[in-house]
Design a protein. Structure first.
Length: 267
């Protein structure tokens, strides 16, 4: 059983839901990324979503775009991100890690090389934002051979036909983008999300994680009642940006935000 499947299974047995914080690797400085990953787990993260810095992050709003820019100032590459995961794995063998990024760095590395390097580093899944499933067969083959779960995005406008296509290609879990727009957008309609999750569940038994628009403990709690995983990105990255010159303050803010969400979700 994969780390992702084992984590969802364990959480289900204990009556809890997954909390998945997102950070951009190397933001604001590569020297703190691994420590921040451990801090998030200590605060209650069930899995970690690690962004691979990219110069044109088209699915991301200004907050996460700036995170990529800060990391790229340090020339953080896909190879560097995998090295960070490998270092994290030296003292944490259990927490699933999902890479989130764009196709270009993967193509530069090569599909087979990426899948093997990701598996060797201890990566459990990857979201390649700009790679639709109908064009992903070559990479999917390499990832599945290395037991790295391909995770795909769905949105409020995803049709039944496309849900079927996505769920037939995905493993690990599916990622429901709860808003029309980029990361960091506002105004979350819980009932709309619940209705869409019911539609998706007609097509798959995979867990469903929900992200975009989850900014505080109250929203995390509401979303945990209807989803299998709550994914939080921009709210955390905003805290990192606000404290970018004070690393200790970053760790404190991350503990407070994720710890508060975990507590609310478990209440």
């Amino acid at each position: 059983m994969s780390r992702i499947a084992a984590t969802f299974d364990s959480l289900k047995q204990s009556g809890h839901k997954a909390l998945v914080p997102f950070i951009t690797a190397g933001d604001p400085d590569p020297s703190i990324t691994v420590k921040l990953m451990h801090t998030l787990v200590e605060a209650g993260a069930s899995m970690l979503e690690l962004g691979v810095p990219f110069s044109d992050p088209m699915a991301d709003g200004p907050v996460i775009q700036r995170a990529s820019e800060r990391a790229l100032e340090h020339n953080v590459s896909l190879t560097d991100v995998l090295a960070m995961v490998k270092t994290f794995r030296e003292s944490n063998a259990d927490t699933p890690i999902i890479l989130m990024g764009y196709l270009n760095p993967v193509e530069v590395m090569g599909y087979a090389e990426f899948a093997a390097a990701a598996a060797n580093a201890g990566v459990d899944g990857a979201i390649i934002v700009d790679l639709p499933p109908q064009e992903a067969s070559e990479l999917l083959s390499e990832m599945k051979a290395q037991q790295v779960d391909p995770i795909f995005l769905m949105s409020p406008t995803t049709t039944d036909e496309r849900i079927e296509l996505i769920t037939s290609a995905a493993s690990g879990f599916v990622y429901y983008v709860s808003l029309k727009g980029v990361t960091g957008a506002a105004t979350l309609d819980i009932q709309e999300v619940e209705d869409k999750l019911a539609q998706i569940r007609k097509h798959t038994d995979l867990p469903i994680g929900v992200g975009f628009g989850i900014s505080d403990a109250d929203k995390a709690q509401q979303m945990s009642k209807i989803s299998d995983a709550v994914i939080v990105g921009s709210a955390l990255v905003k805290q990192i940006e606000a404290n970018s010159s004070d690393h200790d303050a970053i760790f404190t803010a991350a503990r407070e935000l994720i710890g508060g969400m975990r507590q609310a979700m478990d209440a």
